[in-house]
Structures are given as structure tokens and as C-alpha cells.
Design a protein around this ligand. Structure first.
Ligand SMILES: O=c1ccn([C@@H]2O[C@H](COP(=O)(O)OP(=O)(O)O[C@H]3OC[C@@H](O)[C@H](O)[C@H]3O)[C@@H](O)[C@H]2O)c(=O)[nH]1
Length: 343
């Protein structure tokens, strides 16, 4: 099997960044653009980038699923700027690095307006690559484990080309992300752009939208509200859940390293949805019921990242165990739902 991304050859040297970046007399900060920076993963990434006093961070977000609340601690900070902008429109800003995350990520949200989802992935990524080309910035794109579709190889290495339905209800997202990966590598080969591609597996943690619709946030909110945990059939499908701080660490290592990717970022601990429900029930509310409900088409039956590449090339592997991560998320959900813990 040919290995993905490794056979590419660049036809051009990368564009030159602004001369100010290399001035001996002017010590400029690193200016970093985060698209989708008001979202769940984006805002945690912004927190981490802002810890470095040499970074200036510009966030663009259209607030479809993101929220200003996620960034409230940075609003007004001199090294921080927040712009309401939709990446399907061109954007001109002078930056050195671009983390391109913007896209609804929960299936219920990306399926809500599929045409908009594919536009965000295709036109949004074209716009960000155009910006990277113009200003000579390095660009990291957050792709997804959904590029593997309903995988026939398990666990999934980056060299696996996937099993994706091109006309299904998930295609706006998974095919959209696949085209965006193609654009990244074509801009790299044709224009010499410095690219990084991460394939993110299921991620969870504080600040997920309470009614986001994804499995971890649903189960935690349901357990806290005393509502039945909804297992979408059959319940034996598997996922591997990565805590958000681990994921952010992987993204920054990828951006700062020398490898273009694609690189899987995810936690290889694999659980069935039923096992996840049992764990949430045991940790948060042993009285809560579990009920089985209908699923939607093309739901992948199994998913687990092969992270050999991330370990070797980035020295990265997740540290937070599922039970610990769920407890941290429970605290955040309790605070936002105003449900205190019984003593
Ligand atoms: O209430 C629920 C929600 C979801 N599920 C099931 O839990 C599994 C995971 O579903 P989620 O909606 O959390 O996430 P998915 O794995 O379908 O998609 C995710 O995958 C990788 C990321 O790139 C994306 O952000 C997201 O699309 C699915 O099998 C789903 O059917 C439930 O059993 N009950």
C-alpha cells in the first residue's frame, strides 16, 4: 500500500515571510491565526498559545457552533484579537502561522446545513491556503478520522485510504475534509506552501456545547439531568476518546515540527458506546437508565487510531485516561448546568 503524503515532491520553494520577521533590530512576536478559535478545541488551543508571551493570537469565527464565552478571559488582552468572520469569504491578515480548525464538528451540526459544511471545508480551506501563500505562513489543517469512513482496516494507520460513501449524509464532512487534504498537498506541491495535516479522532473535554449531540457530551448531560443515556444502535460500535489537552499538545507539536503529516492524533484506548455509557453511569449517576434508540446512516462501526507516526515523529502520546477526563468534564458540565454534586 502506498503511504500517504510521503511521496509528494515540492516544485517551488516556500514563499518568503515578511522581512520584519528576520530583522535584527525588531524583535517581533509570532503572529498566529486560529480559525474556529471560539470553538471547543480552538479555544483550548488559544489558551495554550496565549501562555507563550511571544505569541500574538488572532481568532476568526462565525459563531455557528463556537461562542465568545469560550474566549472571555482573553477579550481585551493586548496580544489577542477576535474577528467575526466566515472562512468561506477571503481574509487578509499578516500572520506567520495559521491553525485552520473552522468547521462544525458534531454530526448533528454538520448535517444541519450540508452545503455550508462542504463549502466551509473546500472554499474555507482554499481561502486559508491563499492567505498562507500570500503572506508566507505555515498552515496546519485539522482533518478528521472520518476520512477513513467506515474503516475496513483496524486500527487505522495514516496509509489507509478509507472506506467513504461519497453521496451519503456524512459526505459533506468526510468528503469535504478529504478534498481539503487534497488542496493542502496540492498547494504544497505546486506553490511550496509549508503545510501540516492532523487527523483528529474523537475528542472530549470541558467547553463542549452541552447540547452538542456528540456521545460524550450527551451522556454526561443526560446523567447529570437524570435522563436516560441514549445508545444509538447497535451500541457495539467503538470509538477512541482523546482528552482535549492531549490533543492540543499534539497539534502544537505538529505545527512546530518538520513533518507535513497527515498524522493521526487520538487516544488508542478503544471502547464500545455501551461501555462508555456504563462508565458514565458508574461515575456520575448509578441510578440513570440506559435506552437504545435508532441510529443515522453510515455510522462507522469501529474506530481506533494507530499513533505510531505521532509517537515517532512528534514524541507525542495521550496522557489523560478516560475516567480522569470524564471527571474533569463532569465538573465543567455541573457548573454550566448549575447541578451541584450530592455530598
Ligand atoms: O447520544 C448519542 C450520540 C452518539 N452516539 C453514538 O456514539 C458514536 C460517536 O458519535 P459522535 O457523534 O460522538 O461522533 P462520531 O464518531 O460519529 O463523529 C465524530 O468523529 C470524529 C470527529 O472528526 C468529528 O468531530 C465527529 O464527527 C456513534 O456511533 C453514535 O451513533 C450514541 O450512541 N448516543
Amino acid at each position: 500500500m502506498a503511504s500517504n503524503g510521503e511521496l509528494h515532491t515540492r516544485t517551488k520553494p516556500p514563499p518568503t515571510p515578511s522581512p520584519l520577521r528576520f530583522s535584527k533590530f525588531f524583535q517581533s512576536n509570532m503572529r498566529i491565526l486560529v480559525t474556529g478559535g471560539a470553538g471547543f478545541i480552538g479555544s483550548h488551543l488559544v489558551d495554550k498559545l496565549m501562555e507563550n508571551e511571544k505569541n500574538e493570537v488572532i481568532v476568526v469565527d462565525n459563531y455557528f457552533t463556537g461562542s465568545k464565552d469560550n474566549l472571555s478571559r482573553w477579550i481585551g488582552h493586548p496580544r489577542f484579537e477576535l474577528i467575526r468572520h466566515d472562512v468561506t469569504e477571503p481574509l487578509l491578515v499578516e500572520v506567520d502561522q495559521i491553525y485552520h480548525l473552522a468547521c462544525p464538528a458534531s454530526p448533528i451540526f454538520y448535517k444541519y446545513n450540508p452545503v455550508k459544511t462542504i463549502k466551509t471545508n473546500v472554499i474555507g480551506t482554499l481561502n486559508m491556503l491563499g492567505l498562507a501563500k500570500r503572506v508566507g505562513a505555515r498552515i496546519l489543517f485539522t482533518s478528521t478520522s472520518e476520512v477513513y469512513g467506515d474503516p475496513l482496516v483496524h486500527p487505522q494507520p495514516e496509509s489507509y485510504w478509507g472506506n467513504v460513501n461519497p453521496i451519503g449524509v456524512r459526505s459533506c464532512y468526510d468528503e469535504g475534509k478529504r478534498v481539503a487534504e487534497t488542496l493542502m498537498f496540492d498547494y504544497h506541491r505546486q506553490h511550496g506552501i509549508e503545510i501540516r495535516v492532523a487527523r483528529i479522532f474523537n475528542t472530549y473535554g470541558p467547553r463542549m456545547n452541552i447540547d452538542d449531540g456528540r456521545v460524550v457530551s450527551n451522556f454526561i448531560a443526560q446523567a447529570l439531568r437524570g435522563e436516560p443515556l441514549t445508545i444509538q444502535k447497535p451500541g457495539s460500535q467503538t470509538r477512541s476518546f482523546c482528552y482535549v489537552s492531549d490533543l492540543v499538545d499534539g497539534l502544537i507539536r505538529l505545527m512546530e515540527g518538520d513533518n507535513t503529516g497527515p498524522i493521526n492524533l487520538g487516544n488508542p484506548g478503544e471502547f464500545t458506546v455501551l461501555e462508555l455509557a456504563d462508565t458514565v453511569k458508574e461515575l456520575i449517576n448509578p441510578q440513570v437508565e440506559i435506552k437504545t434508540v435508532e441510529n443515522t446512516p453510515d455510522d462507522p462501526r469501529q474506530r481506533k487510531p494507530d499513533i505510531t507516526k505521532a509517537k515517532e515523529l512528534l514524541g507525542w502520546e495521550p496522557k489523560v485516561k478516560l475516567r480522569d477526563g470524564l471527571s474533569l468534564m463532569e465538573e465543567d458540565f455541573r457548573a454550566r448546568l448549575s447541578i451541584s454534586k450530592k455530598k
